[in-house]
Design a binder for this molecule. Structure first.
Ligand code: SF4
Length: 223
C-alpha cells in the first residue's frame, strides 16, 4: 500500500526552490523539439544536440525538406544520437505521418482536440507515450504531463507509488492532483529529470537531495 502522497505542488516548490527554473525544452522551434523527442530515447542530450546540429548545418530542420532525405543519408546525419538506424526509421515514420495527414504542419496536428492528437501520435510506429506527451507538452504547449523512469524511481523510493504501476497510472496521479497548467507541467517534469540525473540515481544520493525531508523515516524504499 503506497504512503499518502503530499500535495504535489509542495513537492514542486521544494524542487523549484532548490534547483531553479530548468528552461526546457532547449530548442529554437517546435519541430526541433519533435526531432529531439524522437532522438533522445536511450541516449544523452549531448548526443542529440550533435545530431540536431548536423541537421541544422544542412538546412534540414524543416518537415518537408527532411521528409525528402534518403534513409541512408538520414542515418548518417543521425549517427551521433546512437541507435541511428532505429531513430532514422522512427523519424521517417513521424515525417510521413506529418506530411500525409497534416500537410507537414505541426500547427494542424496541435489544433486537434488533445486526446485525438495524442492518439494520432501513438499510432505512429516507434512513438510511445513518453515521446508523444513530450511532443504535445513541449512542442505543442498542450497540457499533457510527461512521466518517465525518473518519475517512477522518485515516487516509488518515497513510497508514494506502487512499483507495479504503469505510465498511465503515474500520469493520472499528476494530472488529477495539479491544476491544468502547461508551464507547471513543463517545469515540474524538467525538475524531476534533474533530480533523477543528479540525485536519484541507481545509488541514490539522498543526503544532498532537495527531497530528502520527504523520505519515510526508514529511508528510501528499495527500487
Ligand atoms: S531523497 Fe533520495 S530517494 Fe528521494 S528523490 Fe532524492 S535521491 Fe531519490
Amino acid at each position: 500500500m503506497p504512503r499518502r502522497l503530499p500535495p504535489l505542488l509542495d513537492v514542486y516548490h521544494d524542487l523549484h526552490a532548490a534547483l531553479g527554473p530548468q528552461h526546457w525544452w532547449p530548442a529554437e522551434t517546435p519541430f526541433e523539439v519533435v526531432v529531439g523527442a524522437v532522438l533522445v530515447q536511450n541516449t544523452s542530450w549531448r548526443n542529440v544536440e550533435r545530431a540536431i546540429a548536423n541537421l541544422k548545418q544542412h538546412g534540414l530542420l524543416e518537415p518537408h525538406r527532411l521528409a525528402l532525405v534518403t534513409r541512408p543519408r538520414l542515418e548518417r546525419l543521425l549517427r551521433p544520437a546512437g541507435y541511428y538506424r532505429v531513430k532514422a526509421r522512427r523519424l521517417g515514420n513521424f515525417l510521413k505521418f506529418l506530411v500525409d495527414e497534416h500537410a507537414g504542419s505541426l500547427d494542424s496536428l496541435f489544433a486537434l482536440p488533445l486526446a485525438v492528437a495524442r492518439e494520432q501520435l501513438l499510432s505512429i510506429n516507434g512513438v510511445g507515450p513518453e515521446t508523444a506527451d513530450s511532443i504535445l507538452l513541449y512542442a505543442g504547449n498542450l497540457p499533457k504531463f510527461v512521466v518517465d523512469a525518473y518519475t517512477k524511481r522518485v515516487l516509488v523510493r518515497h513510497g508514494w507509488l506502487d512499483a507495479s504501476s504503469g505510465y498511465g497510472d503515474m500520469q493520472q496521479l499528476f494530472e488529477q492532483r495539479l491544476t491544468v497548467d502547461v508551464s507547471l507541467y513543463s517545469e515540474f517534469h524538467a525538475l524531476i529529470v534533474r533530480v533523477g540525473n543528479e540525485y536519484c540515481r541507481a545509488k541514490p544520493k539522498c543526503d544532498a537531495c532537495p527531497l530528502r525531508h520527504r523520505l519515510p523515516r526508514s529511508g528510501p524504499c528499495d527500487y
